[in-house]
Design a protein around this ligand. Sequence first.
Ligand code: PLP
Length: 413
Amino acid sequence: MQFSQFGEKFTRLAGISQLMDDLNQGLKNPDAIMLGGGNPAAIPEMVELFRQETALQLENGALLKAMLNYDGPQGHDGFRQALAELFRKEYGWDISADNIALTNGSQSAFFNLFNLLAGDYADGKKKKVLFPLAPEYIGYADGGLAEDQFVACKPHIDFLENGLFKYQVDFDALEVGDDIGMICVSRPTNPTGNVLTDEEIIKLDEIAQAKNIPLIIDNAYGTPFPHIIFSEVTPFWNQNTILCMSLSKLGLPGLRCGIVIANTAIINALSNISGIINLAPSGIGPALMQRWVESGDILRHSADIIAPFYQQKAQQAVAWLQEAIPAPKLRIHKPEGALFLWLWFEGLPVSCQELYEKLKQHGLIIVPGHYFFPGLPDKNWRHQYECIRLNYAQPEEKVKQGIAILQQVINEL
Ligand code: PLP
């Protein structure tokens, strides 16, 4: 069968497809140690709270109502109003429900935004999405309808004590020409667990405003929910910022509920696209979480249950890794948030893809690091082939076994 250009582009083996495939295989093979995917942990306390809330919303009819009706293309009105109220109250942002659109997971929002604000233009111009701090989220890599729609900038690497390091935006090398349609960062960053500092965000905002292009901040792991973030940062939004959030990392990825906060021109555009592609986003997530947003429980549970759970797991996994493979053989990106540890084996004698294959043969699934550099012009930069991403949020025994396999394979190499 001959596919269209669209078909050919979107049926290539994309990094994200490989990741989802491995995740699926890992789920089918009970012996595989699955430290590859981005599935959030099923935190028992949270699962119990979700169970109680589901029972309550079933009892009072909200869940059934959501199942029996389409919402508008912008998403559930009451939930958007509750979110706007929360952000107004918490941060003083001047927003209303008109500044919020819901999507079926935030992943689909990125696809729409990347193609709304970059790609091919009617006047023949071509614009790209700029990732100012590579490595960046693998899920952005194939989300452009045009070829070569992304460009990324290498980071500055700051070496810290104890075998840790931290990436920083290299503002001296950052070039934002007229061919850039938007700037995009994840904060906390998937795959590294980096959290861009307030100063970095302010500088990026200044650059975006000066160029009259939007700054997307992907807040999938950020604050105030799900708050998988271990450092103090100030949430950021203004009329030029597109803030993308999600209920997924709260522990509810199956709900597919993404939240976009932006100026009304962007929100109206997204709402039109949503009508064409989805009719309406799912109303199940909003029905389930509206009460938590109104009462502030979503913030309390994020800060009191989710953040400490992940922080403890990250610290534990770092300690095990440092004991198993001491620096300088292994350097670990300072874990500041998200579900992942980013491991750098400087001078690794094979590429991270080969390391991935070897680990897979031993029953450990991670994600090779080179996928996380979409748009990086320098394909020869060795660093991108020396790193892997590991999900530390799986059960302790699995993480321990995974680290033992990693230690064995690295020592053999
Ligand atoms: N952004 C980042 C940084 C992610 O890691 C993910 C998922 O792993 C997403 C966005 C998309 O999440 P969802 O579509 O479930 O909201």
